[in-house]
Unconditional design. Structure first.
Length: 241
């Protein structure tokens, strides 16, 4: 099943921009793409959500959103406070499976981290990925603290019999500090999964045309791009004192 689940190690790590980059790169490779946002929080009914932002940046993708809640909270909490029905993992899996019958690639974007709760029973994006038997792409931060959250996410995936497809750094700084540079080598080690890309900070502010032209340069061949992890690591590696 051509489904890729995209999770973050937390909030504000660049997950939506990475999703857009994966979509744009797949489109450039001639694949049809659908983007499913499991639950959108903190956005008014008349505002564009994450799926719309992916479409704006990436181009002609099919978008779907299962639920929207006004407060910027975990989906289960936001649904409860809004008095609305929550989204359950089986609904996410069913929607993704249906989209997969009509598209070459379906990207399922979660909300925050892997274990953020979608319903009162504790259902998570990890549960949906398990129902789909889908690989999970982990979007993480560049700097200090990222090794712990990345390793915890990868361990949780493996404990459920799920495969981390790889790691993408969601916002690579223009002037990376020592921690970020060292993490290029350490992230794949602690996650036991390959580093599949590094999206430059501020990429979401590019024009759609500029974003689409550049996206393949940020992602490795495993995601249809041309990014070379080894060359990037050599270029950005810290100097030994």
């Amino acid at each position: 099943m051509p489904v890729l689940v995209i999770t973050g190690t937390g909030t504000e790590v660049g997950k939506t921009v990475v999703t857009a980059a994966v979509a744009a790169t797949a489109l450039a490779a001639g694949r049809s793409v659908a983007v499913l946002k499991a639950a959108q929080t903190g956005v008014r009914p008349d505002e564009p959500g994450d799926a719309a932002e992916v479409a704006r940046l990436a181009g002609a993708v099919t978008t779907a959103e299962l639920a929207r809640y006004p407060e910027p909270l975990a989906p289960a909490t936001a649904a409860r406070r809004a008095g609305r029905a929550p989204v359950h993992p089986h609904e996410i899996a069913e929607a993704a499976a249906k989209l997969a019958t009509e598209h070459d690639l379906v990207l399922v974007e979660g909300a925050g981290g892997l274990l953020v709760r979608f319903d009162a029973a504790g259902g998570t994006l990890a549960d949906a990925a398990g129902l789909l038997s889908a690989p999970v792409l982990v979007v993480t931060q560049a700097g200090l603290g990222t090794l712990n959250t990345t390793e915890l996410t990868a361990r949780e995936l493996r404990s459920r019999g799920l495969a981390p497809a790889g790691i993408v750094i969601g916002s690579w700084p223009a002037v990376p500090d020592l921690a970020a540079r060292c993490n290029l080598a350490d992230l794949p080690d602690v996650a036991g999964a390959p580093l599949l890309g590094a999206v430059p900070a501020g990429s979401g502010a590019l024009s759609p045309a500029g974003f689409r032209a550049s996206a393949p340069d940020w992602l490795a061949p495993g995601l249809d791009g041309t990014w070379d992890a080894v060359a990037f690591q050599v270029r950005e590696a810290p100097r030994v004192s």
